[in-house]
Write a protein that binds this ligand. Structure first.
Ligand SMILES: [Zn+2]
Length: 167
């Protein structure tokens, strides 16, 4: 267990993956379908899931943590499927609700594998985020930014409503 603050998101790693609906393993794409190696099924049903790589700092050291689906939903307040349904253009870009976890401090439970210690940088899988400890402003304007973001979302929402065709 460790208390650490998310200082950045490793954006080139994306924020999601297609997982097997029965075992959550990453699905492999074959010619026309998705294949799960664990279930050994070629017509696996894929579910979009969180896989967020973040840089965390515990005040002494920094490390890379990988946050998976359930915790991803807990800290963003939405499921990966919901995010993609609302903004399909964000399949590669990091959506706002994921970006907003930067600056948040959580109590993490991490899984340590032997091989983690053999790599030059420390990369840990988060097995559970136990609780939110605190929010640290990323900069002094964060409060305002939060508010702006909310207002922006509301604006987007009303624009979306307007965009709907009149029947
Ligand atoms: Zn599977």
């Amino acid at each position: 267990m460790c208390t650490a603050t998310i200082t950045n998101i490793v954006s080139h790693s994306g924020w999601n993956y297609i997982s097997c609906s029965s075992c959550s393993k990453k699905l492999k794409k074959s010619k026309s379908s998705l294949y799960c190696q664990k279930c050994a099924k070629s017509q696996s049903v894929g579910v979009l899931s969180f896989r967020i790589e973040v840089i965390v700092d515990d005040g002494k050291d920094s490390a890379t943590f990988v946050i998976f689906d359930e915790d991803g939903s807990t800290i963003t307040g939405a499921t990966a499927e919901e995010i993609i349904r609302d903004s399909p253009e964000h399949v590669k870009d990091i959506p706002k609700c994921v970006q907003s976890i930067v600056g948040e401090t959580y109590l993490f439970e991490i899984r340590i594998k032997e091989k983690d210690f053999q790599t030059s940088y420390q990369n840990f899988t988060v097995s559970k985020i136990h609780k939110h400890i605190k929010s640290t402003p990323v900069d002094s304007n964060l409060g305002n930014k939060r508010k702006e973001r909310e207002e922006e979302n509301q604006k987007e929402e009303s624009e979306n409503l307007r965009k709907k065709p009149h029947v």
